[in-house]
Design a protein around this ligand. Structure first.
Ligand SMILES: [Fe+2]
Ligand SMILES: [Fe+2]
Length: 480
């Protein structure tokens, strides 16, 4: 059997020979109805009967793995897909560096691994829950289809983590798999595990910012876990990353198209000053400073997902060979980090400054720095669109001390450039930095669905090309 091919014969599509693994097959089949119930309750509201032009993985070969077709979302073939094993793979970092990669969970790291898998797994259904009402205000069928593609793939990512729990963690793995279906984003009693996954995604600008910033955190975490010495986790994450690339695309192009439309409308109306907010809003587009405020919000909420700058958990996971650095395999050092240091931005004597810290303790900080660099590349591409249309405005990521709830800067108030503010100044100036109620109301007023094939809401430009090379008029969702 070609390991790259996915077997679609049974209830659960897979390329892990589930047919020869009765115990895990039964456990997953038992979990399946609860998953479908969760999807029907918490998945895209109002569109479960619609036919959506979705891609499904037919192979895990990075080239050409997807098949496109119309699918009712509850009938989507969610399955267990791992990237092919690399022959003779060694543990690439930490104290076990150079030993054969683990095919079973090493007993001493069992609890640590389970925790990492559960935390990753919890984010996947959470984002589906956060985005469940957005279909009703889709700016086009193209965008609606992209939303639903992201949603079904986040559902599949849950399957990916649940497979690991069911196969490798026995009874407590099964209990964790159940609990992943019980928690709910934003619920007061049983919230999702991480803060950013309990926030609302009330409008499409939020959705695109979320896929730009928060899915990008997902990418960083998956990159770090793809390096794991626990080979099944590494292979799972490697395939998830191929799906995640589309989520990044949706976020980046979504924001780009909003910015483009705003700048075009300003040009057409002869408005060159981005501070003419009321005039710009009268054109039915989102002014650039409000887009900037949404970016400030989503960036700062996402930075909290990286945890404390100095972290013993992160050091332990690296030392154990469980979670590596971003693209560990491309880094040129000893991959053990026992002697090195890393500059960490800290609050020292009330001032924000760098301090050299042991490299092992600073791994969260390092991953966050890599993340900020990756975000900045995307922001640069937004700015190119603004510059090309001749509007004097530059989007910027806020300072990492701005609006934080976790880590060094959670105890202070800072503006977007990192200047400390008193509580009173913060209260007075908050709406300069973050979306105000009025901003939210304005954005909400634009969220009218545009469901005619080939048409787009007035506040967003059409994409350059269609999905699967479909022409502009293509009916990406047949609404039932
Ligand atoms: Fe995901
Ligand atoms: Fe994602």
């Amino acid at each position: 059997m070609n390991i790259a091919q996915v077997d679609y014969d049974g209830l659960i599509p897979n390329n892990v020979a589930l047919g020869q693994d009765e115990r895990v097959k039964r456990a997953l089949e038992k979990w399946h109805p609860g998953y479908i119930n969760w999807w029907n309750d918490m998945g895209p509201e109002g569109f479960q009967e619609s036919l959506v032009y979705l891609r499904t993985a037919v192979s895990v070969d990075p080239k050409g793995w997807a098949k496109f077709d119309y699918v009712r979302m509850p009938d989507y073939r969610w399955g267990v897909l791992l990237a092919p094993a690399l022959e003779g793979r060694k543990i690439p970092f930490g104290r076990h560096k150079g030993e054969d990669a683990w095919q079973e969970v090493p007993g001493e790291y069992r609890a640590m691994l389970r925790r990492l898998i559960v935390i990753q797994g919890d984010t996947e259904p959470a984002s589906v829950e956060q985005q469940r009402y957005l279909g009703k205000t889709a700016p086009s069928l193209y965008d609606m289809r992209n939303l639903f593609q992201v949603n079904v793939e986040e559902g599949r990512h849950l399957w990916a983590m649940v497979y690991l729990l069911q196969k490798y963690f026995g009874t407590d793995g099964r209990e964790e798999a159940e609990a992943l279906l019980q928690r709910r984003s934003g619920d007061a009693d049983t919230p999702r595990m991480l803060g950013a996954f309990n926030e609302q995604t009330p409008d499409w600008l939020s959705f695109f910012m979320f896929t730009f910033f928060t899915d990008r955190d997902g990418k960083m975490q998956l990159e770090a876990l793809a390096q794991s010495g626990f080979d099944p986790l590494s292979r799972t994450c490697r395939f998830m990353l191929t799906e995640e690339a589309h989520h990044m695309f949706v976020g980046e192009t979504g924001v780009t198209r909003i910015i483009q439309r705003t700048c075009e409308a300003m040009k057409d109306a002869g408005i060159n000053d981005p501070n003419e907010i009321e005039k710009v809003r009268k054109l039915g587009v989102i002014d650039l400073s409000t887009i900037q405020k949404k970016a400030n919000l989503h960036f700062s909420l996402t930075l909290d997902l990286f945890g404390n700058e100095i972290s013993t958990n992160a050091a332990n996971a690296f030392h154990a060979g469980i979670k590596g650095r971003y693209r560990e395999d491309r880094l040129k050092d000893d991959h053990q980090l026992e002697g090195g240091t890393y500059p960490v931005l800290r609050l020292i004597d009330g001032r924000i400054q760098h301090e050299d810290s042991p490299a092992l303790s600073a791994l969260n900080m390092r991953l966050r720095d890599d993340y900020v660099g990756d975000c900045n590349n995307g922001v640069g591409r937004w700015n190119k669109v603004i510059a090309d249309l001749g509007i004097p405005f530059e989007m910027k990521l806020p300072h990492v001390a701005f609006h934080r709830h976790i880590g060094e800067f959670s105890k202070i108030r800072a503006d977007v450039t990192g200047n400390r503010l008193s509580d009173a100044d913060w209260a007075g100036r908050r709406d300069e930095f973050l979306p105000s109620d009025e901003d939210r109301d304005f954005i909400e007023s634009l969220m009218q669905p545009q469901l005619e094939p080939g048409k787009f809401a007035g506040w967003i430009a059409p994409p350059k090309v269609g999905i699967d090379n479909k022409p502009g008029e293509f009916e990406y969702v047949k609404i039932a």
